[in-house]
Design a protein around this ligand. Sequence first.
Ligand code: NDP
Ligand code: NDP
Length: 319
Amino acid sequence: MEMENRVCANFGIRYPIIQAGMIWCSGWRLAAAVSNAGGLGIIGAGSMYPEVLREHVRKCKAATDKPFAVNVPMLYPDLEAHMRTIMDEGVPIAFTSAGNPGQWTSTLKASGVKVAHVVSSVKFALKAEAAGVDAVVAEGFEAGGHNGREETTTMVLVPMVRDAIQLPVIAAGGIADGRSMLAAMALGADAVQIGSRFVCSEESSAHPAFKQRVASAKEGDTVLTLKEITPVRLIKNAFYAQVAAAYGAHAPVEQLREILGRGRAKKGMFEGDLEEGELEIGQVSGRIGTILPAGQIVAEIMHEYEERRALLASTARVV
Ligand code: NDP
Ligand code: NDP
């Protein structure tokens, strides 16, 4: 008899596939498309002014009757406004990241919002469990955008977190298809969170030039940098060359901040400036080559997952 999946049961979704909340890339269109396809769509609120988030939440509610979530990085300058929107608009699930889960979890839960928190280490996973979250996202070094300082890969992090906590674990970083999803489940995950693959979807709000750049990315095109500010994985371009030169010259942190400036992520991912913008994406971009409807991406991942699972079950016997 098959057991019910804990994440599917708790979040009320059909498949254990969660589309990552991504600044400038995951607005209401992408979130609604993924939720309508049976996964969990997430609106990435880190790049949205409070009134923009409210608009996206309302449009998402109109576009799907399935559960969806909002991701809020705790670094966001007007955190309280975003949290109010989530509670006032009756968003069923919040994913918090890049900060302390002790800050908002109990308030959100008291108003009926389920909470998942994103971590990059066992230490933070234990903290999230102590804060009372419903699930933990264990995100490895392969992941795009903001990232952990310890460089722990998904392969190492997921089983460590699995062994350290009782809560459902959602694996993230380096997952883009049924094969990598199956591997993550084998490591002990209850579900997967997938970002880069959904940047290359028709419904993603990323600029078309950025989607194309991600689809053409090869192995070795991304790098994790700017650890002294906030570690971030991005595609190497003219902006990164400037950062690399500054590191080469042992530039102080203030100079790195100056080079980064403000709004680089918007410039690259939303406005499509591929040279001067900050192009945040995961290592797995090297394995993505097409831009597809989000619903098709979900269906193809599940199809390959089931196919590979059956194949492994029938052949993987060590004699
Ligand atoms: P709509 O289809 O209602 O409108 C799209 C809006 O976005 C238009 O005002 C358009 O401006 C603007 N826009 C589109 N592409 C770009 C771009 N490359 N650079 C600058 N502006 C752009 O949008 P939605 O319902 O999808 O979204 C509603 C709001 O949310 C909009 O204000 C949108 O900008 C914002 N948004 C924010 C995201 C984020 O991560 N912060 C992600 C997605 C949307 P114009 O017609 O003048 O070109
Ligand atoms: P910057 O400081 O360079 O720029 C802020 C950007 O966010 C601007 O483009 C601005 O849009 C937009 N913005 C939306 N709401 C606000 C607000 N209330 N106050 C000021 N700016 C706002 O930041 P980044 O682009 O590097 O990052 C934006 C946010 O996303 C941050 O909260 C950051 O922590 C988060 N982030 C999270 C990641 C993750 O969790 N993996 C990855 C990367 C970033 P405009 O230009 O239209 O003014």
